[in-house]
Design a protein around this ligand. Structure first.
Ligand SMILES: [Zn+2]
Length: 538
């Protein structure tokens, strides 16, 4: 055991500590001082660190893990949505309507009411008149006094009531706007309230109220609380704007930032950051400038990832490439040269190939040690791509909660393709560092759900998808801790319970390595500690 001088501020004893430290995988007790672990070992080892002022927590055998790290999650923008919109991720249309009604009742007549995270496949499909999209009649039943817009969980589809359609300038005679479409009743041809893709843009970016600094601050407090409750102590915010970074700094200064944030800066800010002499890593243990984020193709949940083989049931639908190869290569070259970690969203195998080529060319032209460039999501891989990732030290941040949560969408990819999707087993076996990540809001953010999904590859109905990619519970826990720290160059300071590291931990009601893997998601998070401070207590 190693200790620091003096007594500890807090000691945890009689615990089942899974350290994620290969040198000492298990421990019984730990000590925390000045926000860091000051001792790890047996109860006897730590006894000497207990002084008259030490707070001693006897956990009675409960499990302790390093705090969870989500390496790709939309943190602040989600917090803002939770403040401004009704959460429509509920199991019946009645509950959707009730949530929207609650908002409407608090909103002055004539002002917008918003909802988000509605998923047509997630209301009870066995009930009559459920498991379908929302229509204007459903929303008119909530309110006719407010224009209303509800976003689908995956984006791309929106639902409006009659007042909303009128405010948007849509009527039955309106032709489909460019880049989008208006849903119509197949019998009458009248608008049904559904609005697709870019047809909604003038509403989203022009009509509905924009967030303010105050709303963003409230959003930050909201999301920090939500994420601490499930055991998250660190997050990589996967798309941070100028305004959001200001809010992070304000919240940090006010002592409200109860998560450690590694900010992946949205790429339009790259030139200003570069010209100011900033590189990845500037900041401190609580708030840091991370990589630069770009998006190179579509999404898995909406079937727009750019694939070499077409989607199941189609002979020509390969998805969407959002950036041209030349543009990817030029941007990567500039960001790589300027000392940034580059983080490009690429789901499909063709896109991953293009991004790797860009990374390889940049590295060849301007060799840099320890770049840790990332492929965000990195969903569909093959042995050739894995070998190139390993050779370059490229990190993958796959969706960890999709198999469980989005099982009903997996059939568009097919059983065989699933054997190479969210390929955690292949990443580990190939020596590629991959992380725990959820991309919330598209995927649920609970880390233990992510662990279960990666371990079982079983969806919420019990169907298995690509079981060859299963990993052990221990491996999944490592993705969500130490590997997340590695992806932000912070494996020396967090991600495992070792003396000298940041005192971030989570206390669980049971040991995920000792129970039925299909019930890992139900384990209670009892306490979350960040830097020695309790930020959540169940
Ligand atoms: Zn994302």
């Amino acid at each position: 055991m190693t200790t620091v001088n003096g007594k500890a501020e807090t000691v945890i004893k009689n615990a089942n500590i899974i350290t994620i430290d290969d040198g000492r995988p298990k421990a019984q007790a730990l000590a925390m001082t000045h926000g860091r672990f000051s001792g790890v070992g047996s109860n006897e080892d730590i006894e000497g660190l207990i002084g008259p002022d030490t707070e001693v927590l006897d956990l009675g055998g409960k499990t302790v893990l390093p705090g969870f790290i989500d390496a790709h999650i939309h943190v602040l923008s989600s917090g803002v949505k939770h403040v401004m919109s009704a959460d429509c991720d509920v199991r019946s249309l009645k509950q959707v309507q009730a949530g929207l009604k609650e908002r409407a009742d608090k909103t002055p007549a004539g002002e917008w009411v918003q909802g988000f995270k509605f998923d047509d496949t997630k209301t009870d499909r066995t009930a009559s008149n459920e498991g379908r999209h929302l229509y204007r009649d459903d929303l008119d039943a909530v309110t006719t006094d407010h224009p209303m817009m509800v976003a689908h969980r995956a984006g791309h589809v929106f639902y409006m009531n009659t007042a909303g359609l009128e405010a948007a300038g849509f009527n039955d005679e309106t032709p489909d706007p460019p880049g989008g479409r208006l849903g119509r009743d197949p019998d009458t041809g009248k608008l049904n309230g559904m609005v697709y893709e870019r047809a909604i843009d003038h509403v989203r970016f022009g009509l509905i109220p924009v967030d303010t600094a105050e709303v963003r601050r409230e959003g930050l407090r909201t999301i920090c609380g939500m994420l601490n409750r499930v055991g998250l102590t660190s997050v990589h915010d996967a798309r941070v704007t100028t305004e959001e970074f200001q809010t992070y700094q304000d919240g940090y200064a006010a002592g409200e930032l109860s998560l450690r944030v590694y900010a992946l800066m949205w790429y339009p800010q790259f030139p200003a950051l570069r010209d100011a002499g900033i590189r990845s890593g500037l900041g401190d243990d609580r708030l840091r400038i991370g990589g630069i984020k770009m998006v190179a193709d579509g999404a898995i949940a909406t079937r727009t990832a750019y694939l070499s083989q077409p989607y199941e049931g189609s002979t020509c639908d390969h998805g969407i490439l959002a950036m041209e190869q030349e543009e990817i290569e030029q941007q990567v070259m500039d960001m790589h040269r300027a000392g940034f970690q580059v983080c490009i969203h690429a789901n499909g195998d063709l896109t991953i190939d293009l991004v790797l080529t860009a990374y390889e060319k940049a590295q060849k032209a301007h060799p840099r040690a320890n770049t840790r460039h990332r492929i965000e999501h990195c969903t569909l891989v093959n042995p050739e791509l894995l070998a190139r990732m390993k050779a370059m030290g490229v990190i993958a941040t796959p969706f960890c909660t999709y198999v469980y949560h989005h099982g009903e969408k997996m059939r568009y990819y097919g059983e065989q393709r699933l054997e190479w999707m969210f390929a955690q087993r292949s990443f580990i076996d190939s020596g590629v560092v991959s992380t725990g990540a959820t991309d919330y809001p598209p995927g649920p953010f609970e880390p233990l759900l992510g662990v279960q999904s990666c371990v079982t590859r079983t969806d919420s109905t019990g169907k298995e998808w690509g079981v060859n990619q299963r990993i052990s519970v221990e491996e999944a826990l490592r993705l969500y801790t130490l590997n997340g720290a590695y992806a932000s160059f912070e494996e020396e300071t967090k991600g495992s319970i070792e003396v000298g590291k940041l005192a971030d931990l989570v206390v669980l009601g049971s040991d995920p390595t000792q129970i039925d893997p299909l019930s890992i998601k139900d384990i209670q998070v009892e306490q979350t500690i960040v830097g020695g401070d309790t930020v959540y207590q169940g």
